[in-house]
Design a protein around this ligand. Structure first.
Ligand SMILES: [Zn+2]
Length: 523
């Protein structure tokens, strides 16, 4: 290539003009890219090359930080180490004072509908997320194949993988008559749909057994469907039946499903969400460790917030939403109506961002009466302060707990825009709950291995170049419950398949780069 022997340090804008400069050369190699979808790891010729120099590498395995340069050709990493040097013609990215890490994989993300209208996924990319796993909690796009084809036709900035939703297939089969256990015939039809979803590329089966549709399923139903997902090497990922007083029963059920269906289990957003189970993380951990010792492959993800966000009805586990004693117990379980923040209520938008307690007071009714009225008026989205930090810390310190956001584009909870930077800024830098390499492992290689996402989650020769460059002394979340979409700081650059999608606190919109891929099985 006709380039100066020592390439200048370039930022993204310069890189663009440099590429323009080389367009003739690139055109000559275009066929190469087409016919070598998976180029040899050490390919040194053809296409675009970038070398990231001077950074500290967190390679995703949890290994200690080390000084390393990372060289990328087209969409793949071709080398990572001190001795890796930019070649003539490379775009050089200066990563001095930055940590270079694999792109973050969010194993629990609610952006399935939003990716079509917001393919740049700025609030996700801004956190360093390069892959979103969609369809959690039992609700997924359908048909899976059609959804994935749509993402192939109209890619996002981030990669996508999808779960088959248990409630989604349950609803397809039982329609509005879902408030009961399924018949054998219905179960057979659901099984066929799970099989269809897995064949079409889903990476596992998700359930939301605390929710309206999935909650009517018995364990046997879920076991049967999980067996089908297992045949396709999927995982079973569950928002378990209870995250409150009956958390331990619910954890036991999830473990039993894994054991009986012989499928890896992922406990979604592990938490202990009522006063009665606070400070019992050690017991939950022991339960899971015992299962792991028996050979049940159980892992979990956790979001870094002591408040959950869901529908107001989730507060009442016996589902007697208009029964004052049930509601009273529900509110007591979370420490009172002052801990329930209404964030969405179509019938009365003026209640939004007020606590249930404050709304009740302003209307001269009891919190129980106010709750019942809100449910009658169509329900509400709430954020409920209901966990203790000691439990969150204990969970994050387990080697089998990864980071997952349960967020997504436009989610009205700060985790939607802040999860990954919050872990890195608050839990790593400020509180020292985790080392930086371990936190990054929980965001990268752990979810990649869990979902068998090939060539992702590590910085190593041959891996796809999904990368994050972050400033470890500045990275921080800024989203709050009153401003849940405020973007974090300290994520400097994000690359997806070697393409820069985030640079210096901004999405790279000028290029309309949408390099995100579909990760289907086999991906
Ligand atoms: Zn959930």
């Amino acid at each position: 290539m006709a380039s100066p022997p020592r390439p200048p340090t370039l930022n993204a804008k310069h890189a663009k003009s440099a590429k323009k400069h080389c367009s003739a050369v690139l055109a000559a190699f275009a066929f190469f890219g087409l016919f070598h979808a998976a180029p040899a790891p050490h390919a040194q010729v053809g296409g675009r090359a970038t070398t990231i120099v001077g950074g500290e590498l967190a390679d995703g395995t949890g290994a200690a930080l080390r000084r390393a340069n990372v060289r990328i050709v087209n969409d793949r990493i071709v080398g990572a180490g001190r001795d890796v040097k930019p070649l003539a013609g490379d775009t050089v990215v200066d990563a001095t004072a930055l940590v270079v890490a694999p792109g973050f994989i969010d194993i629990h993300n609610h952006s399935a509908n939003e990716l079509a209208s917001e393919p740049a996924a700025s609030s996700q990319v801004a956190q360093g997320i390069t892959t979103v796993v969609l369809g959690p909690d039992g609700g997924s796009p359908w048909p899976i194949g059609e959804y994935l084809d749509e993402r192939r036709r109209s890619p996002a900035a981030v990669n996508v993988a999808v779960m088959v939703g248990h409630a989604t297939v349950r609803r397809l089969v039982m329609r509005d008559d879902y408030k009961r256990t399924a018949t054998d015939a219905e179960l057979a039809r659901m099984t066929a749909l799970v099989e269809q979803g897995m064949r079409e590329g889903a990476v596992g089966l998700s359930s939301g057994l605390e929710y309206e549709v999935g909650g009517y399923a018995d364990t046997r139903e879920v076991v049967e469907l999980a067996k089908t997902a297992a045949r396709f090497h999927g995982v079973y990922m569950s928002h378990i039946r209870d995250e409150a007083d009956k958390s331990f029963e619910a954890l036991r059920e999830a473990i039993a499903i894994g054991e009986q269906a012989r499928i890896p289990v992922q406990i979604s957003h592990i938490k202990l969400g009522t006063v009665g189970v606070w400070h019992k993380a050690a017991d939950a951990i022991a339960l899971i460790e015992n299962a792991r010792k028996r050979g049940v492959d159980v892992t979990a993800d956790c979001y870094p917030y002591n408040a959950w966000s869901s529908t107001i009805t989730v507060l009442v586990p016996d589902k007697r939403y208009d029964h004052p004693p049930s509601v009273e117990k529900a509110l007591a379980d979370v420490g009172g109506a002052g801990n329930v923040l209404i964030v969405r209520h179509a019938a009365h938008p003026d209640y939004e961002f007020k606590t249930l307690d404050a709304v009740a007071r302003s209307r001269g009714v009891t919190p129980v009466e106010q709750f019942i009225q809100i449910v009658k008026d169509g329900g509400a989205g709430v954020v409920c302060t209901s966990m203790v930090d000691a439990d969150i810390q204990a969970f994050y310190r387990q080697p089998w707990v990864m980071v997952g956001s349960d967020g997504g584009i436009g989610v009205r909870h700060p985790r939607g825009a802040g999860t990954f930077p919050k872990v890195l800024g608050r839990y790593v830098r400020e509180l020292h709950w985790l080392t930086l390499p371990e936190a990054i492992r929980k965001m990268t290689s752990m979810p990649a291995e869990r979902l068998q996402l090939r060539d992702r989650g590590r910085v190593a020769a041959g891996a796809i170049a999904d990368l994050v460059l972050l400033n470890p002394s500045a990275v921080a979340d800024r989203s709050t419950f009153s401003d849940p979409t405020a973007l974090p700081v300290g994520i400097q650059k994000v690359l997806v398949a070697g393409e820069l999608v985030w640079d210096g606190g901004q999405p790279v919109t000028s290029s309309q780069k949408r390099p995100g891929r579909v990760m289907a099985t086999p991906n």
